[in-house]
Structures are given as structure tokens and as C-alpha cells.
Design a protein around this ligand. Structure first.
Ligand SMILES: [Zn+2]
Length: 305
């Protein structure tokens, strides 16, 4: 259970869903204990850590902000990085928004496949949940509960003949994410397009990067899964949980939640350390833990990492 980074760099480019700004994104290997860090190469490599304390405006996408510097729509890329177990990576980007590409996380998975994953000489740390924490807003809620692996359960209910009630539950790892969630695309309702545009959103939206639902069908089918909508919400949830900044040993249940509730849970969790502990052991803490821990502390920082 060692930390990881990517083996080699890889790039992708495209338009941002909400701003419509075209950007270039490059994934770059990073040393142990770096975490996931965005670098605005158009702003002198200004760094924005993908962590809960940098969460900014959250409505139709999750945005990070640090000292007034904004970075939007991080969730699909972060979901792929988090599910693949990549602990350390620089994400160099020259615009205000992560490219939406096809609206799913599949292009980011292909990018990560090209990068490869490398093990570093430093023990991985997990955030283990010790007691439940729930955030409730009317009939929407999200909760995080103790577990020995990272699981998510996501329930959505949209009044539409193609959606209705959909529920997905998975143990999150690179394989389950790749096959069950990564290809699920973002979606919107045709009736919301004009109001969203008037709010300055979805300026980069098109039939190539989002499923558009009409009153009784879909404008740009076919769907990739009959329950693509529920799967995409689970993808979004994982991307927002990535802002915890460490792999999770927990079960997360989201009921009609969205980015706002997801990130509220992350912020409340990180603000109160009585709900969690940090451990280097993925398994329940045992007598073998102490010597491992000492060995780790004694390990000198490896420059080659
Ligand atoms: Zn999404």
C-alpha cells in the first residue's frame, strides 16, 4: 500500500462546459505527499490544491478557488484520478475550466491509461471514518459511514420517462469505475437550456458533450446505459469526494444529492477530526501497524519520487 503517481505526461484539450473557454490540460508526475494539485500555467503556475478548503461556488459544477483564482468543473477528471488510486499528480491547465470532452470521464481514463501508474516509496495514507456524518436538506441527503473499503450508493429521482428512480451501488476501484461509471455522460433538460444560458452557464454545451432530455425522450441518443443518469451522478459524487484529499475507507450514500450537498459533506467532515482518523493501513488496525509506521517515519524523503 504505497503512494502512486503517473509514469509519464499526457495532454488533452477542449472547451469548458460552462465558460465555453478552450483550454489545454497536461497531466504531470508528482513526488510523494504532493496530492492532486492544479497549476494554472497561464497564471505563472499558480497552484490550487484539489482539497475541500479550496471549494468555491458550487451549483451545476464544482469549482475550486484560491486567492481569487478560479478553476471550474473539476469533478469528472478528479473522479477518474481518485478511482484509479493516483495519490500525487500535477494538472497543468491554461484556462479557467477543465475541458468537458464528451461529458463523461472516459477520455480522462484513456489519458490515464496512456500515462501509466508508478508506485512511490512512501506509504499511502487513508482517511478512515469512525462515526457517521449526515447532511440533510429537505428530501435530499448524503451520509458517510464507517467501512473497510470505499463504497458509494447513489439514488436519483427525476420526473422523466427515461429517468425516474435510478440507484447504483459500487465498491469504488479503477475496474468498477471504468466499466460501470466512467462512460456515463453529463445531462440536462431541454427546458433548462435557455435559463442556464441566461445565468451565464453551459456556454460550451453541445449535443457532443451532454445528453439533452426532451419532454419525453432524448435529443441525442442512444444512451450508453439505460440508467446513464444515475451512473453519472455517482461519477460526480466520487469526483467531489476526491476533494477529501486522501483515499477513503468509508461508505457514502447520496439520496437526490448534488454538488452542493457533496461538497458540504466534505467540508463538514474535514472540519471535525472526531469523525475520522488517518491510517496507513487499509485493513483494520492491527498489532502489525506500529512497526510499519515507525519504518515510514524513518524513511528519508526520496528525491526521485
Ligand atoms: Zn458531471
Amino acid at each position: 500500500m504505497f503512494q502512486t503517481t503517473i509514469t509519464r505526461e499526457a495532454s488533452v484539450e477542449g472547451v469548458g462546459l460552462h465558460t465555453g473557454v478552450y483550454g489545454h490540460l497536461r497531466l504531470v508526475p508528482a513526488p510523494a505527499d504532493t496530492g492532486v494539485v492544479f497549476r494554472r500555467v497561464d497564471l505563472d503556475n499558480f497552484t490550487i490544491e484539489a482539497q475541500g478548503h479550496n471549494v468555491a461556488r458550487v451549483s451545476y459544477a464544482t469549482s475550486l478557488m484560491k486567492q481569487g483564482v478560479l478553476l471550474s468543473t473539476t469533478e469528472h477528471l478528479l473522479a477518474a484520478i481518485y478511482s484509479c488510486g493516483i495519490d500525487n499528480i500535477f494538472i497543468d491547465i491554461d484556462s479557467i475550466e477543465v475541458p468537458i470532452l464528451d461529458g463523461s470521464a472516459e477520455p480522462f481514463m484513456q489519458l490515464l491509461d496512456h500515462c501509466g501508474i508508478r508506485r512511490l516509496r512512501r506509504k499511502r495514507r487513508f482517511l478512515r471514518i469512525l462515526q457517521p456524518l449526515e447532511v440533510v436538506e429537505g428530501d435530499r441527503r448524503i451520509g458517510i459511514y464507517p467501512a473497510d473499503e470505499f463504497r458509494v450508493r447513489c439514488y436519483v429521482d427525476f420526473r422523466h420517462p427515461l429517468v425516474g428512480q435510478q440507484e447504483i451501488e459500487i465498491a469504488v476501484n479503477s475496474q468498477t469505475f471504468r466499466h460501470l461509471l466512467s462512460r456515463a455522460r453529463t445531462f440536462c433538460f431541454e427546458r433548462d437550456i435557455t435559463p442556464l444560458r441566461e445565468m451565464g452557464l453551459i456556454r460550451g454545451g453541445s449535443l457532443e458533450n451532454a445528453i439533452v432530455l426532451t419532454e419525453d425522450g432524448v435529443m441525442n441518443g442512444p444512451l450508453r446505459f439505460p440508467d446513464e443518469f444515475g451512473r453519472h451522478k455517482a461519477l460526480d459524487l466520487i469526483g467531489d469526494l476526491a476533494l477529501i484529499g486522501m483515499p477513503l475507507l468509508a461508505r457514502v450514500e447520496a439520496h437526490k444529492a448534488g454538488h452542493a450537498l457533496h461538497t458540504q459533506l466534505v467540508s463538514r467532515l474535514l472540519a471535525d477530526s472526531s469523525f475520522w482518523t488517518v491510517t496507513t493501513a487499509a485493513e483494520p488496525v492491527s498489532a502489525h501497524e506500529a512497526p510499519f509506521h515507525e519504518a515510514e517515519v524513518a524513511h528519508p524523503p526520496a528525491a526521485a519520487d
